[in-house]
Design a protein around this ligand. Structure first.
Ligand SMILES: [Zn+2]
Length: 336
């Protein structure tokens, strides 16, 4: 067991996503001292992703000339279903082969320092609650809509982790019983219908079957792939196919939110992740679905807003989580 720490030491926060790995040194006052990013290259497999993350931590320490004992802790916000008691990512469907990875132990053993592990959307809801769009809101849900979909939930001012720490897997809520197969093994998950990956797959399928679209320029010669950003740009330029695929995804996202509204009766739902850059193009149709389908009492109580912290929500949340574990009271997931 490490000695009691000085709260003045910085936390090295990591946001491990399926596209990017962010690392940051965050001071005890919440100031970002340094921040780097690298690409996850998820298709290279679990071992490669772990090594890329360890190298990213090493890089930041070397860059800032800091040794691990000069840190308060390392805190990782990771995509996927996480067993917080064991510090294990049990499954992360967007990273091939990512099953039962003891991430906390791997990092703790390499750097010899107290390490924490939290789901990335749970981290994001913590940071939005303390620093972002959700300040002062005690019934709050954060939804990340990116390559995948996840959520973090705060009820009566307290984060909801569930029995193991894997609550909030909104991306794997079944929306269509006849829906597409999901990487998690289920079918018709929200993630297969409303994520950035789903948008790209839907647009590509329509273009391949011969539908007209300005996006066709990106798929000719088989050398280029459409991206969600290109779909957004095309939609804003009037491309009908792009507008249709965004409307379809937004409709499913709205249905997912109606389910959450009926269960949790939140005051606010914050949308983050890459697709939140679409703003009202994505949110207005989702808001319309909520208006049409949610019960009046709970539907009228909720505001749907964009994340204030955007790409930094995960690293701030990881640091906040680490600080919450060392306050000497109610320590939930102490490293040993
Ligand atoms: Zn799924």
């Amino acid at each position: 067991m490490q000695k009691p720490r000085s709260n003045a030491l910085p936390v090295l926060a990591v946001d491990l996503g399926s596209t990017k790995i962010l690392t940051a040194l965050i001071s005890s006052t919440g100031k970002v001292i340094a921040k780097n990013h690298t690409y996850t290259l998820a298709n290279m497999g679990a071992k490669s992703v772990i090594n890329r993350m360890l190298n990213a931590i090493d890089c930041l320490l070397n860059q800032e000339d800091i040794r691990p004992p000069q840190l308060d802790s390392i805190s990782i916000a990771a995509a996927g279903s996480i067993d917080m008691k064991l510090g294990v990512v049990t499954i992360s469907p967007q990273i091939p082969g990512w099953h039962n990875i003891p991430l906390k132990k791997v990092v703790q053993e390499k750097f010899g320092i107290r390490t924490y592990l939290i789901n990335d959307a749970s981290a994001a809801v913590l940071s939005e609650h303390q620093l972002g769009s959700g300040m002062g809101i005690d019934n709050l849900i954060y939804i990340t809509v990116s390559t995948g979909i996840g959520s973090g939930i705060i009820v009566n001012g307290e984060i909801c982790f569930g029995a193991n720490g894997s609550a909030g897997e909104l991306g794997h809520m079944t929306i269509s019983t006849m829906g597409p197969a999901c990487n998690c093994g289920n079918i018709g998950c929200l993630q297969t219908l409303a994520s950035g990956t789903a948008l790209v797959e839907d647009a590509t399928k329509r273009i391949t079957r011969g539908d007209c679209s300005s996006l066709r320029n990106f798929t000719e010669n088989g050398s280029k792939k459409i991206t969600a950003e290109q779909i957004e740009i095309a939609a804003r330029s009037g491309d009908s196919l792009s507008k249709e695929v965004i409307l379809k995804a937004a409709t499913y996202l709205g249905i997912g939110m109606v389910n959450l509204i009926h269960i949790f009766n939140p005051e606010m739902i914050i949308i983050g992740g890459g697709l939140s850059n679409m703003g009202d193009l994505l949110l207005d149709p989702a808001r319309q679905i909520i208006k049409e389908r949610a019960h009046t009492l709970s539907g009228e109580a909720v505001r749907i807003v964009i994340s204030k912290l955007m790409g930094d929500a995960g690293i701030f949340g990881a640091a906040i989580f680490a600080r919450s574990q060392c306050n000497g009271q109610g320590v939930l997931y102490e490293s040993s």
